[in-house]
Ligand binder design. Structure first.
Ligand SMILES: [Zn+2]
Length: 483
């Protein structure tokens, strides 16, 4: 079997073909262990392309991917992210077809990441909570196809429980919402598999290859060889960012940003094929990469390296990573702008380093001056005019408008890293705490300690829309002006 870069080009799209010396076989019949479904051994097969995937996904392949990861990758693919601990979580029991509650360490669950595509008529509400707890209550009649399919895939993976936001959070209970939002890292990072429906813009559409068959893969016989259509996305030196999820709505939504990043094992449903991605390997239907782990090929699901940097940031400039996370996140769309902070909170919590103060309205307390500078830099944006819900000190739900001094108070793309580059970590602001007595108490804040850069004696700062450079502050003289 040969791999070729031959491309038949028309005006609209590139179709690539694999050349096969013999008649290409169906995926299920090519891999003997898969057909028998009993062995986890990947077999002696060398990696090859040109498998013809069936119209409907073969559950035994999905199960084999999951079992192979759990068995062969050991703890490498486990995620250590854990934020708010919750004593109990709700899950959908796909066997009894109802909502159940259980302590997170007593069940194994899959999680669903998908696009809502509008209001969810079936969602869990205070009024139907008791009804949905009754076995058999979650019928195909009340559930959208995308959720029915996710439950089917969960069963196919050999699992019984799945976490789905619309059914496991009481949607009209703000307190329930806020408590579970704080546990989001736990929910996705500790799911055995996250099922990502990247194929559908709306949950009512369902998943290709489960409830609806996928289109036939092109197979052409030439004289002495066969051409099999490649389902792999175009990815080469110049177009590497065009991963499987390029152009999908899933990859543009705000909530799915942290759902994808937090999940250590993803089963991604795309229009044309299903692929597996864990922290060690990436496997797909139309190419055989199920080889021992030391030969596995790794490709990130979005072409981004944020996930790797989140899990291994020993060399990381923290502020740069924080800025990159915000920049990527702020480009994504959201159904309710009031969720703008909630939908990234789990990632910010994961980013938080031991012993640091955490965040205030999404701004790092330890780098507040840099974060404030970013907010003022983006003065052309329009304000995010809505109220955010949060838990008060007395464990009661409160709301307040997004503040103007935080990135979250403004629409538009947040770009923070340029500040670090331009000023070399020194801005010259000093903070005071208003005390109950007379006067102000000066706060001693740790100056930003990033890697030293070879700046000229003065740093320069260029404001958007202003022609002249503005002189910054001399290196080594923190707070020289304000003091
Ligand atoms: Zn793995």
């Amino acid at each position: 079997m040969l791999y070729t870069k031959s491309e038949a080009v028309d005006e609209e799209k590139i179709v690539r073909f694999y050349i096969s010396a013999g008649r290409p076989q169906n995926l299920s019949s090519i891999d003997a262990p898969l057909a028998h479904g009993t062995s986890l051994d990947w077999g002696p097969t060398q990696p090859h392309a040109g498998r013809v995937r069936p119209a409907v996904v073969d559950d035994s392949l999905l199960r084999r991917w999951k079992d192979g990861c759990l068995k062969e990758h050991g703890g490498t693919c486990d995620q250590e992210f854990m934020t708010g601990r919750v004593p109990r979580l709700r899950f959908v029991d796909v066997v009894e077809r109802c909502i159940v509650e259980a302590a997170p360490d007593t069940v194994i669950w899959t999680a669903l990441s998908y696009c809502w595509g509008g209001p969810q008529l079936h969602s869990l509400q205070r009024k139907n909570l008791d009804d949905y707890r009754v076995p058999g209550s979650l019928t195909d009649r009340i559930l959208p196809q995308g959720i029915i399919d996710a439950m089917r895939v969960t069963r196919g993976l050999g699992e019984r429980y799945i976490w789905i936001d619309s059914l496991c959070i009481i949607q009209d209970d703000e307190k329930d919402k806020l408590e579970l939002l704080a546990a989001m890292a736990t929910i996705y990072a500790h799911a055995v598999v996250t099922i990502i429906n990247a194929a559908s813009d709306k949950v009512v559409e369902g998943m290709p290859g489960t409830s609806r068959p996928r289109r036939a893969q092109q197979v052409h016989q030439m004289k002495n060889f066969w051409l099999v259509e490649s389902l792999d996305p175009v990815h080469d030196q110049w177009r590497w960012e065009r991963g499987y999820l390029h152009g999908t709505t899933w990859n543009t939504r705000a909530w799915t940003f942290q759902e994808g990043l937090l999940s250590p094992r993803c089963l991604v449903i795309t229009q044309d094929q299903v692929y597996w991605q864990c922290k060690t390997a990436s496997w797909c239907e139309d190419s055989c990469w199920e080889v021992p782990a030391d030969k596995a090929i790794y490709r990130h699901y979005s072409g981004s390296n944020i996930m790797r940097r989140l899990t291994d940031r020993t060399e990381e400039n923290w502020l740069t990573l924080y800025g990159d996370v915000l920049e990527a996140y702020s480009k994504r769309g959201l159904g309710f702008e009031s969720d703008r902070l909630n939908a990234v909170q789990a990632i910010l919590d994961v980013l938080r380093r031991d012993g640091e103060d955490g965040y205030f309205w999404g701004m790092p307390r330890g780098h507040m001056e840099m974060a404030l500078a970013e907010s003022f830099q983006n003065h052309r944006k329009s304000r995010r005019e809505c109220e955010a819900m949060f838990m008060g000190d007395g464990n009661e739900v409160q709301s307040a408008p997004f503040p103007s001094w935080s990135w979250v108070g403004w629409h538009g793309v947040t770009n923070m890293k340029s500040i670090d580059t331009l000023l070399g970590g020194r801005l010259g602001l000093k903070f005071y705490r208003i005390t109950s007595g007379p006067g102000l108490e000066a706060l001693v804040e740790a100056p930003f300690v990033g890697p030293e850069r070879d700046f000229s004696p003065f740093s320069y700062m260029k404001w958007e829309g202003v022609d002249d450079d503005v002189i910054g502050y001399p290196r080594g003289l923190t707070h020289a002006i304000v003091d």
